[in-house]
Ligand binder design. Sequence first.
Ligand SMILES: *Cc1c(COP(=O)(O)O)cnc(C)c1O
Length: 399
Amino acid sequence: MSYLKQYPNQDGYFGDFGGAFLPPELESQFAEINRAYLALGRSADFLNELRYIRKHYQGRPTPVSYARNLSRETGAQIYLKREDLNHSGAHKLNHCMAEALLAKHMGKTKLIAETGAGQHGVALATAAAYFGMECEIHMGEIDIAKEAPNVTRMKLLGAEVVPVGFGGRSLKEAVDSAFQSYLGQAETALFAIGSVVGPHPFPLMVRDFQSVIGTEAREQFLELVGELPDQVGACLGGGSNAMGIFSGFIDDEGVSLNGVEPLGKGTKLGEHSATMTFGKPGMIHGFKCLLLSDEEGNPAPVHSIASGLDYPGVGPEHSFLKTSGRVNYHAISDDETLDAFYKLSRMEGIIPALESAHAVAWAMKHGRENPGETILINLSGRGDKDIDYVADNFGFEGS
Ligand SMILES: *Cc1c(COP(=O)(O)O)cnc(C)c1O
């Protein structure tokens, strides 16, 4: 049986990871979302409408590009799946458009979510504008101050940005605040999670919605190169862009799959966000996964130069795929990431998101050690959002 049909089981478990641990008030809402997804989300009508949107609005399929100069420099053959060219500049719109379409089919008129750096908020606000739905985005006050351009984008797209001023005033509090607000309006609103995380059915649903990346990339790579790649790699925050591209190759035993997580500034707790390397089984936001936690078992503070990757948990499916051995996980430092950011910009004319630059850095490292191999990297997003931060703090040259 194909892997994707086998996992998760009907309760949302990937081996020991996943599930749905919800406050009683939310159990019936998530059961409704699950029923709706299984009935509507896989219907011909839904899939046809989604196909139309992807082609005529998002601009899919995104191309696979051969990175000629980077390949020459490293000795491997490096290819990039260009999610930076997906409308709004990253892979996130793939699942946001589908979540919004599901909400529409369920008769909802509003989308609610939290956002950290604002990327999920912008993608969801884009989807809400397209479907003429209301959009309410909860964001910590600290993040609002740090990510002003994304706040402006959300407002221009017509979303209401709700500032969250309690506790650490960041992502974790934004999740609590968004859930609270959703509780009061679950009849008319859908809570739209931004990665392959959260309670069942979101890890399954978001993986399915992102699998378009892998389906396209496999076909395009075969057409371009004539055989499958030796290695497929993607960066890992919650894990949605990685599951998207892995989906296309997971039944191909000869293709190695690689998730690339942030080693940040070092190996001490708080300096990195390397959940797969240092995490232990635990629970966060209603599901079981590998987790970076402190001595009391609470989610630990995390760091990455890429704000889209700093989450102390990770998708349950990745936690399972590490245990099963099907996917290899690697940690890449802030410095290696910056080097890849400069190199890809200078040598290929592509400014990558700092998130995506982690995967590029791994490809360069692996390529130097294994010359001649073919490597396909999912370039999850473009780096426009990061240019001021990089130029102001590190200049224009790199080391
Ligand atoms: C949000 C984001 C990520 C991390 O999310 P995943 O769910 O792990 O894919 C990676 N790259 C970009 C460009 C992002 O915006």
